[in-house]
Design a protein around this ligand. Structure first.
Ligand SMILES: *[C@@H]1O[C@H](CO)[C@@H](O)[C@H](O)[C@H]1NC(C)=O
Ligand SMILES: *[C@@H]1O[C@H](CO)[C@@H](O)[C@H](O)[C@H]1NC(C)=O
Ligand SMILES: *[C@@H]1O[C@H](CO)[C@@H](O)[C@H](O)[C@H]1NC(C)=O
Ligand SMILES: *[C@@H]1O[C@H](CO)[C@@H](O)[C@H](O)[C@H]1NC(C)=O
Length: 512
């Protein structure tokens, strides 16, 4: 969950269908007060950037975008019409047609995906001219980037025929240059490369480290980022559950499809052991569905494409079925979240048919686990799945409420009591599904806020989110950004769930 797309969610105008009063909690009164174990079993680089430090050519990961400016012409390499035909080198400014998304083969070798989604390659008729016509990259669509050791943004690009790209004219780009040892400004095979590395998810880290290093790096991360002591600490600090984001590849452990790495299932097994030992409930949730349901790195998208669709329903249900079968009998399993933040590109009907099939998969193994269904990210109507979920026993509607569209304390806190309050009310009904604020945080946009101001912000949110009948979960336990990190917030006295707090007292005394 990054501020830039959180923004989309919180900016939209909501259509609230009803203003219901806060209603009874789950039939036994229990509500979850959970913390997300984000960035653990599904990588989100912004939470722990150092994880990526040792990747060679770290700025050239899958989904990073690059632009190439010819040193002789002073113009950018461009996919004519955004793709589907030849490459040219005639643009003074770099825009979408001059921007290429990388698919990384290894640290030096890449495919270049153009705006219209084709891959740059050699023209099959002559094997020399550059085109962007293939929808699937093969050998001809594979290029090596050679960087100048003194200036890593000065590059040559070697094609699969063994020759280097050169710009002959603004309309003619070919792969027929022998290359040489020099890096002079009159050499038509030299380009100035600009890189934009926006992507830092599980696909990027595993493919970036490659098949030898990635298993070591990931297992080290799983073993150290969150440990048994953390579960004890969570339990001792007034929380009663953990929400664990998962990637679809966990169902194929220990041999998931490349580039994903096996071993996270054992870590999840450990999480259940520790949760049981320290009396915490486990809320599983599928954060990264096959193909990526958000198009963001956090759902393991390779290059920004939202590949999840109607054809992904059955492989995704298989993942849910796997999780339900494995953990249904575990006393700590409390709920399974079917899919995190589905994109608005996916129709509500497709999401609902998946939710129905995923719900049935859980029910084949458990009659008691709650089944959590997330609202589409940025949906104008936050109750779009409410009538549907109302037909299902022990269903839960999940909304994420971040507050990043104001810059002052007053406006942000005001938004909590208006916007957030309206959303929570809308999804909280007396005879519908339970409501769950599965992600919220103490971070905001207010610059240089004081500790007291942060405390007021958190208190306001708790006041509102405590009305959600299933409960809430803070994003997240550990994070390099202090206010995103619940561990830091508690250890530094910004939040204390064990101190006397009239707002939340009723929650603490309830038992499961
Ligand atoms: C990268 O892949 C290319 C093409 O398969 C290969 O020729 C090259 O040796 C590889 N480089 C490294 C560093 O593995
Ligand atoms: C939101 O969606 C639900 C379910 O389709 C529908 O019942 C409700 O009328 C919608 N609300 C608005 C304001 O469109
Ligand atoms: C916040 O603090 C920094 C560092 O002390 C300062 O440079 C900056 O101007 C401050 N910003 C505002 C909006 O007060
Ligand atoms: C939270 O408050 C309780 C009761 O006032 C206190 O004992 C505890 O030390 C506090 N926790 C932290 C981390 O400050």
């Amino acid at each position: 969950m990054k501020p830039n797309y959180v923004f989309i969610l919180v900016c939209c105008i909501l259509s609230i269908s009803q203003a219901t009063v806060a209603t009874p909690a789950a039939s036994n009164g229990f509500r979850v007060r959970a913390v997300n174990l984000g960035g653990w079993l599904v990588t989100e680089g912004w939470m722990k950037p150092s994880l990526f430090d040792a990747i060679p050519n770290r700025d050239l990961l899958d989904g990073s975008t690059v632009q190439f400016k010819s040193v002789t012409l002073g113009k950018y390499l461009s996919a004519e019409h955004g793709g589907g035909t030849i490459l040219v080198a005639n643009k003074i400014f770099a825009m979408s047609s001059e921007t290429f998304r990388l698919w990384r083969i290894n640290e030096t070798t890449f495919n270049f995906r153009v705006h219209n989604n084709q891959f740059v390659g050699l023209d099959t008729t002559d094997g020399v001219n550059l085109v962007a016509v293939e929808n699937t990259p093969c050998i001809s669509e594979t290029f090596m980037i050679l960087r100048n050791s003194d200036d890593p943004n000065r590059v040559r690009i070697k094609a699969s025929n063994g020759f280097f790209l050169q710009v002959k004219t603004e309309e003619l780009v070919t792969a027929d240059c022998n290359g040489n040892e020099r890096w002079d400004d009159d050499d038509p095979s030299i380009f100035i490369m600009t890189t934009f590395s926006a992507f830092d998810g599980e696909y990027q880290i595993t493919n970036g480290y490659g098949p030898v290093m990635a298993p070591k790096v990931m297992r080290e991360h799983w073993d150290t980022f969150i440990v048994e002591e953390d579960f004890k600490w969570i339990s001792n600090n007034g929380l009663n559950a953990v929400r664990i984001p998962l990637g679809w590849w966990i169902a194929y452990d220990p041999n998931p499809p490349k580039p994903f790495v096996g071993g996270s299932l054992k870590t999840l097994d450990n999480a259940f052991l520790w949760a049981t030992k320290y009396g915490l409930k486990v809320l599983l949730e599928l954060h990264a569905a096959p193909g990526s349901q958000t198009g963001f790195a956090l759902s393991a998208s390779r290059d920004g494409t939202t590949g999840w669709g109607i054809d992904s329903i059955s492989p995704t249900v298989a993942v849910i079925e796997f999780l339900a079968a494995r953990y249904a009998k575990n006393p700590s399993l409390y709920s399974i979240g079917l899919m995190n933040e589905p994109s608005l590109w996916i129709s509500p009907e497709t999401v609902m048919s998946y939710y129905k099939a995923g719900y049935d998969a859980v029910r084949r193994h458990s009659s008691t686990a709650y089944v959590v269904m997330a609202t589409r990210m940025g949906a104008l109507n936050v109750t779009e799945f409410l009538p549907f979920a109302a037909q299902l026993e022990r269903a839960v509607l999940d909304v994420h409420l971040y507050n990043f569209d104001h810059w002052t304390v007053h406006d942000t806190i005001n938004d909590v009591y208006t916007h957030c309050q309206e959303v929570v009310s809308a999804v909280t009904t007396s005879n519908g599904p339970l409501s769950f604020v599965a992600e919220w945080t103490g971070e905001w946009m207010v610059p240089n806020a004081t500790k007291e101001e942060y405390q007021r912000f958190v208190k306001a949110q708790l006041e509102v989110f405590d009305r959600a009948t299933f409960g809430w979960a803070y994003w997240t336990l550990k994070h390099v950004g202090n206010h995103w990190s619940l561990e830091w917030m508690i250890n530094n006295g910004y939040i204390n769930f064990t101190a006397s707090n009239p707002i939340s007292d009723h929650l603490r005394v309830s038992s499961i």
